[in-house]
Design a protein. Structure first.
Length: 106
């Protein structure tokens, strides 16, 4: 019985992971875009999009803080530098912010 329960819970968790929206899908579908401040923004509202944006931005914040501490610069400066690189590398058709804050399709 215990093994069945563990198997069921594992299968259930995998089904949620498979159903969850990933970053590439969200970008391809125009659901999210890269902001000029180094963070992801939701362009359409849904629970999946909101959760994805929060998760990605939390990971970015942690990485930016670590880089800033190592280099003695502000997190904001790290985020802005990252934004430039992320936007430059964005795929054709993905949404990005220009320098004026307008959303454009790359």
């Amino acid at each position: 019985m215990k093994l069945r329960l563990i198997t069921f819970l594992t299968a259930l968790s995998l089904s949620f992971a498979a159903a969850a929206l990933d970053l590439q899908q969200a970008k391809d579908q125009g659901l999210v875009g890269e902001q000029a401040n180094g963070y992801l923004a939701p362009l359409q509202t849904s629970a999946d999009v909101t959760a994805l944006v929060k998760e990605v931005n939390a990971k970015r914040t942690a990485a930016y803080e670590q880089i800033a501490a190592k280099n003695g610069i502000s997190v904001t400066d790290v985020a802005k530098l990252a934004a430039k690189k992320i936007i430059e590398k964005a795929e054709k058709g993905h949404m990005v912010q220009d320098g004026s804050g307008n959303w454009i399709k790359k």
